[in-house]
Design a protein around this ligand. Structure first.
Ligand code: CTP
Length: 400
């Protein structure tokens, strides 16, 4: 399961650092590659020689250093890793990560990492119970990291209580399980639309919008990772796909997007339409560039087809259809109308009133309303983690 996987192991300064040496061994034995990033304090507990001998890779513990392979080693390292596991994770590194502080090799690497993060806290039980630490931990738990809870028992400081880092075998098992992955969408055929549409005015100009396509692409990646066969119909965006199993069809305008979707949808088990389709297109097609003159230019616009509603009309009983609703006010009421009018199974609501939600950001804050009138609210999260929530909802609808 772990063969060829790339594990970034962060070690911060706690006595449990010695146990991380076993972790390196376990990962290496399972065929994974390991690179270690350590804090200065971690190096009081373990040595460079031990880490480098076990991992067979150079230790990264200084942001600036003459021996660094690259001047931006934290970026090349974080691009390299498939997952980032911090074990032991002290109160300090958890506090830094939760609050965006980057002042050493480990915290700088963490802040540059945008994939799966695991943290295995280890500390004295009074530190563990501290209000600020608990606030940071619960923030990370809800949003950005999977916490491998510490065990209760005898602590190195002589106290009994919660704070002892989970055993290396257990930590290893959690990471292994992640890679064995949920395959709850195995074989499901799913259509995703993403990005904006560009409605051509003439050969050099178009009407468009600020959609980057990030949310739709994140959903496509998550579904594919869970075993789905994904067809991604994408408007013009600047994004690349990581999962090569995703079939991407590039389109420009809404008419073209509709045509492709109508062809594909009958073969699909589900469709999630995230594209920010332009509501209008120029009524007249200009084959030649419109020349500038000093007179006002009137552009007549005509409505674009509603792709989601069109699919809603041809949806078969077993197919699941979902859409997005970007609202500025009266969110739930407006979304409910869209859900009903477009014959959807569920609708993902973005409110532009929420900071960090909507176009261009790497985060999103959503609620999901389904056709049984159930509403689930979620915290502000990275679009990757939002994609997990949406994929969970889709998987449960497909099961019903
Ligand atoms: N959508 C679509 N085709 C369109 C417009 C929207 O497929 N021509 C889809 C979007 O991909 C999204 C959902 O419909 O999943 C909602 O889009 P939104 O712009 O919020 O809603 P509209 O129906 O356009 O309503 P309004 O602009 O009035 O809010």
């Amino acid at each position: 399961m772990l063969k060829g996987k790339k594990i970034l192991l962060g070690i911060s300064g706690g006595i449990a650092a010695y146990k991380s040496m076993y972790l390196i061994r376990l990962f290496r034995k399972a065929g994974a590659e390991v690179r270690v990033v350590a804090t200065e304090s971690a190096m009081w507990f373990v040595t460079r020689v031990t880490i480098e001998s076990l991992s067979q890779n150079k230790l990264y513990d200084k942001v600036f250093g003459e021996d660094n392979d690259y001047t931006t080693e934290h970026i090349s390292l974080t691009d390299w890793g498939d997952v980032f596991l911090v074990a032991p994770a002290t109160a300090n590194i958890i506090g830094k990560y939760a609050n965006g502080i980057a002042d050493d090799a480990l915290s700088t690497s963490l802040i540059a990492f945008d994939k799966k993060v695991f943290m295995a806290p280890a500390m004295n039980c009074k530190m563990y119970d501290n209000f600020a630490f608990q606030r940071n931990l619960s923030y990370l738990k809800q949003n950005h990291a999977e916490i491998i809870e510490p065990a209760s028992g005898y602590l190195a400081c002589g106290y009994e209580g919660k704070g002892r880092m989970e055993e290396p075998e257990e930590i290893f098992a959690v990471v292994e399980k992640y890679f064995s992955g949920k395959k709850d969408l195995e074989g499901k055929r799913i259509l995703i639309t993403a990005g904006p549409t560009h409605e051509n005015i003439d050969p050099v100009r178009y009407i468009g919008n600020h959609s980057t396509g990030k949310m739709g692409y994140a959903i496509a990646e998550e579904l594919a990772q869970r075993g789905a066969q994904v067809q991604l119909v994408s408007g013009p965006v600047n994004l690349e796909l990581k999962n090569s199993s995703i079939q991407r069809i590039n389109v420009t305008g809404a008419d073209e997007m509709l045509k492709v979707c109508l062809e594909i949808f009958p073969e699909m088990d589900a469709a999630i339409l995230t594209a920010a389709v332009a509501d209008y297109k120029p009524a007249e097609k200009h084959d030649k560039k419109i020349k500038r003159d000093d007179q006002p230019l009137m552009l007549e616009l005509t409505p674009n087809p509603d792709i989601l509603a069109s699919l809603g009309k041809i949806k078969k009983e077993k197919q699941i259809l979902a859409g997005f609703a970007l609202e500025t006010d009266n969110e739930l009421e407006n979304a409910r109308k869209k859900l009903q009018n477009k014959n959807l199974d569920f609708i993902v609501i973005n409110s532009l009133q929420d900071e960090g939600a909507g176009f261009g950001t790497d985060t999103n804050k959503i609620s999901i309303l389904d056709n049984k009138n159930q509403v689930s609210g979620f915290d502000l999260k990275s679009k990757k983690l939002v994609a997990v929530d949406i994929a969970d909802k889709l998987a449960s609808c497909l099961k019903e």
